[in-house]
Design a protein around this ligand. Structure first.
Ligand code: PLP
Length: 517
């Protein structure tokens, strides 16, 4: 290829026009030609004078390009001679075709485990208009103005220096949380026990890294919060699934179980909604003491209790030695802010801080400071009161729409707290779960099966063969909730004709097979 053509083809905008080009274009064109084998090793390039006149550029422009190629070892330049393609080039830099990997993708054991069982698809493009997906919040609930002001104030605080911060998180936020946890949850702890994390998920990941090895076992509720199960299993450790009933994990089944940690949601079991009674709490802590194990208490939605009194956390019942408490603002402010917090036993403070530092140094500081300001000023708690009222109204409308449309053909669980309910369809066999989800989706309503949250659904407490849905309501308006339930009823009615047995796929390709991780 002539040099002019070659340089033009590097510049898609030139459209055949020959115009003065820069040294960088000339350098890139020549480099690609050398790597592509157009110029062989040892062959000569044009002199700078002739290339400059061919391209209509100054000789200096060409010289700059040649100098750069020489510095990078592509060509050898000698005074008075035409530049030559470096003789060492072929052995040292194979062509791009030869650089392409030939073998299979090589991953660590961890990478292999993730590949075999990728996490739950949290982010779903093309979500239906009315989606009962659990975990989303209504954008209109977000206190945009207050947050903007707090962020502006946080950014305006002239930092004394621009440097890495404490891996445990902003001191101001930890102080604010320390008193918030006392006011809201009667939980008392030292400042140093609090570690700010990028959402509960990072807190769980830190626990998994620090507590589990591939030979270990961990106790988990069945059904459970799948992201917790997956992050623990990603270490190679094996799950011990313990059945849940209306009072949370059946802790009597822990007898004889050896494991390094137990993950529980005792204030509001996810997803079934039970509150763990005091006797089971003591049984669990006693099990942890005997096994020298840690209990991770995920207090993800404690701000939302409707007809029942707040339950003090498990953390309160012991001397801070075996419970790791986990909180988040994903249910009160936004899941997109990615702010959560751990309260760890004093002897684990340093190692958690070290692991957090290795992961991402620390969470972003401005958002932490803004949250601290909201908590200090009382704006956070008045926001919580407001969203509790709004979500209480949504919950009421969902419950009354479900009762109105379905009467006693359904059973509802876990409605006293949180932002979701579990709905069992007594007359629909589980084999209709996938077609029902599909039918509702076609009518613009997203519904989500409980099946993937189980390890062994068949051994779960009752309802093993009923269609079960986890219905979140916190992102929907009252009108959407009512309309969604009406459409759901239509879909259920259409199921009545009977559908062929399916493999239990939930319509998202996840099926109800056990999570591989
Ligand atoms: C049981 C449970 N824990 C924690 C969370 C919150 O996770 P994060 O703080 O990572 O957003 C959720 C969110 O859905 C949840 O269901």
């Amino acid at each position: 290829m002539a040099m002019i053509e070659m340089v033009q083809s590097q510049d898609p905008g030139s459209e055949g026009r020959v115009h003065a080009m820069g040294a960088r274009q000339i350098y890139m064109a020549l480099r690609d030609q050398i790597l592509g084998g157009v110029y062989e090793t040892g062959s000569h390039l044009p002199s700078s004078r002739s290339l400059a006149s061919e391209l209509g550029v100054s000789r200096t422009t060409v010289t700059v390009a040649y100098d750069q190629l020489a510095v990078e070892g592509f060509i050898e330049v000698r005074q008075g001679a035409r530049p030559r393609v470096a003789s060492s080039l072929l052995e040292d830099s194979p062509s791009s075709a030869r650089l392409k990997r030939a073998g299979p993708v090589r991953l660590s054991a961890y990478g292999g485990r993730l590949r075999a069982s990728p996490p739950w698809p949290d982010y779903l493009p093309n979500a239906p208009k009315i989606d009962f997906r659990y975990g989303d919040l209504a954008p209109s609930d977000f206190p945009a103005l207050i947050w903007k002001r707090a962020m502006n104030a946080a950014m305006a605080q002239r930092p004394v220096r621009l440097a890495y911060d404490d891996p445990r998180g902003s001191r101001r936020l930890r102080q604010a949380l320390q008193s918030y946890l006392w006011r809201a949850r009667t939980l008392s702890c030292d400042l140093e026990q609090i570690i700010i994390v990028s959402g509960s998920q990072q807190g769980l990941d830190l626990c998994a890294r620090l507590m589990l090895d591939p030979v270990d076992r961990f106790v988990i509720e069945d059904p459970c919060y799948r992201m917790a199960r997956q992050v623990f299993a990603s270490t190679g450790a094996s799950p011990v699934s313990v059945v849940v009933d209306q009072d949370g994990m059946k802790t009597d089944l822990l007898k004889g179980v050896e494991a390094r940690l137990a993950y529980v949601t005792p204030s509001h079991q996810f997803p079934l909604g039970g509150v763990m009674p005091i006797s089971r709490r003591h049984q669990l802590l006693e099990w942890a003491r005997r096994n020298d194990a840690y209990v991770i208490e995920d207090d993800y939605d404690s701000e939302y209790r409707y007809d029942i009194n707040p339950v003090p956390p498990l953390h309160k019942l012991e001397d801070c030695s075996s419970v790791i408490y986990l909180g988040t603002i994903s249910k009160t402010l936004s899941p997109m802010l990615r702010i959560g917090y751990l309260v760890v036993p004093p002897e684990l403070q340093d190692v958690f801080a070290a692991a957090k530092q290795l992961l991402d140094r620390h969470s972003p500081v401005a958002e932490q400071e803004a949250l601290a300001m909201l908590i200090e000023s009382g704006a956070y708690e008045s926001h919580v009161r407001r969203v509790r009222r709004l979500n209480g109204e949504r919950r009421e409308s969902l419950l009354s729409a479900l009762r109105h449309r379905f009467g006693d053909r359904i059973a509802i669980e876990g409605a006293d707290a949180g932002l979701h309910v579990v709905v069992w369809f007594k007359e629909l066999p589980r084999s209709l779960e996938a077609p029902l989800i599909e039918k509702a989706r076609h009518s613009g309503v997203g519904i989500h099966s409980i099946s993937p949250l189980y390890d062994r659904r068949e051994t779960g407490e009752g309802r093993a063969d009923q269609v079960g849905l986890v219905m979140g309501y916190s992102a929907l308006s009252i009108q959407q909730i009512e309309k969604g339930v009406r459409i759901l009823l239509e879909a259920v009615e259409q199921m009545k004709g009977g559908f062929p047995e399916t493999n239990g796929d939930d319509g998202l390709g996840r099926g109800d097979d056990k999570p591989g991780l």
